[in-house]
Design a protein around this ligand. Structure first.
Ligand code: SOE
Length: 392
């Protein structure tokens, strides 16, 4: 079976998720499209890089990502670094003919995303942006209902992504709160996951009307190390610096097909952990998904007898999308790891077969255009058209 050599850039939380996915993918999906070989991992921090090599079972490590891009033996460059580094690494990797899996959001700005998309397209490499939640079987099942027309015409939808890991003002100012590193706050970090899912399920966004806010205006400086995601608190002697991105965003959306909806995202919602939800209503039925109960899809059909009509639960399992690879009994339970394993599987399958995948860099660019329109709308307090993708 063909082997694919992986060079991973970044040694934090996402490197852990992707490394587990590479190890697990052939165990779930056999025959695997190719066997991932964890060749080399890079991090600017040598201690982290060295430790990651051992922990995540890479053959070697480097502190210089160029070593990966310049290595002719590497087939896939996997970018798990903060957002401000994605464009430079991805463009160099595309020019070197490497396939690229890149963490979300794709970039800091639409113009960076465009350059990444064009570099990948012109060098004919396969790309994927790691919006993993759409790969949950229940989300794919919702897509199947919609594509089969079981919900009729889609009328409206609402989506949320609510977390609370940064609700405490003593939670540090990691890179996720610094505009020059992350681009935007809750919007880019988590709101874009829901944008990706609803764009996938309902269709392309035409215009948006948004409000953003920054409730915690400064945070204690994080000295070093990987993102602690709220688990490490600073004491009150630690110097603080301003937060220059959104804490919270809420926006309305009009889709090109006329469907209308709303999305909200915050990392300051006490009591909410990874509360990714959507509800979609059509002329013939509705679906409801909550990632915190990710094996379930709630469905309701207008055609049911009126005295039986109501939401019922479908537990995903072997008869559902990815069921031939995942667990053999419905509701045995999938987790974050399985969504990443499926992501790896789809990415490798695309490399081995058609080269086509989704969400690819073109989709990542489309989402950057939407995010930018959302920020403009919040600033101008008006509806903003989402610009079309520029192909050249
Ligand atoms: C932090 O909000 C975070 O790690 C996001 O960056 C991830 O994309 C999300 O899946 C989990 O939460």
């Amino acid at each position: 079976m063909e082997k694919m050599n992986i060079g991973m850039v970044g040694a934090g939380f996402m490197a852990k998720a992707h490394s587990i996915a590479y190890a697990g993918m052939p165990m779930f999906f056999w025959p695997a499209p190719a066997i991932p070989v964890k060749k080399i991992i890079a991090d600017v921090n040598e201690t982290l890089a060295k430790e990651a090599k051992e922990k995540f079972a890479f053959e070697t490590y480097t502190t210089n990502w160029q070593d990966i891009v310049n290595d002719p033996n590497i087939d896939v460059v996997d970018i798990c670094t903060p957002n401000n580094t994605h464009a430079e690494i991805a463009i160099a990797a595309a020019k070197a003919g490497k396939h690229i899996l890149c963490e979300k959001p794709l970039s800091l700005t639409p113009s960076e995303a465009k350059d990444m998309y064009i570099a990948a397209r012109d060098n004919k490499v396969t790309t994927m942006v790691a919006f993993n939640y759409r790969r949950t079987p229940a989300v794919q099942l919702a897509k199947k209902y919609i594509d089969e027309g079981a919900l009729g015409d889609i009328l409206d939808f609402r989506g949320t992504y609510l977390q609370d890991w940064s609700a405490d003002p003593s939670s540090p100012l990691s890179w996720r709160f610094q505009k020059d590193i992350c681009g935007s706050g809750a919007l880019g970090d988590i709101g874009t996951h829901v944008v990706d899912m609803l764009r996938f399920l309902v269709g392309d966004f035409a215009r948006v009307n948004a409000r953003t806010a920054t409730y915690i205006k400064d945070r204690p400086i994080q000295n070093a190390g990987i993102d602690s995601l709220g688990n490490v608190k600073a004491d009150n002697t630690t110097p603080r610096k301003p937060v220059d991105v959104d804490d919270q965003c809420i926006f309305m959306i009009e889709c090109k097909n006329g469907a209308f909806g709303s999305i909200e995202a915050t990392r300051n919602a006490w009591g909410r952990n990874n509360y990714i939800t959507f509800e979609i209503h059509g002329t013939k039925g509705s679906v409801y998904f909550n990632y915190e109960r990710r094996d379930e899809l709630q469905v309701c059909f207008a055609d049911d007898k009126s005295d039986r009509r109501g939401f019922r639960t479908v537990y995903t399992g072997p008869n559902h999308p990815y069921g031939d690879g995942l667990w053999p009994i419905p509701a045995l339970g999938i987790g974050y790891t399985e969504t990443k394993i499926v992501e790896t599987y789809d990415f490798f399958k695309a490399i081995a077969e058609s080269g086509e995948t989704s969400p690819n860099f073109r989709d990542g660019y489309a989402i950057e255009l939407i995010s930018d329109a959302i920020l403009t709308s919040a600033r101008t307090r008006s509806w903003v058209e989402v610009p079309e993708i520029e192909e050249n």
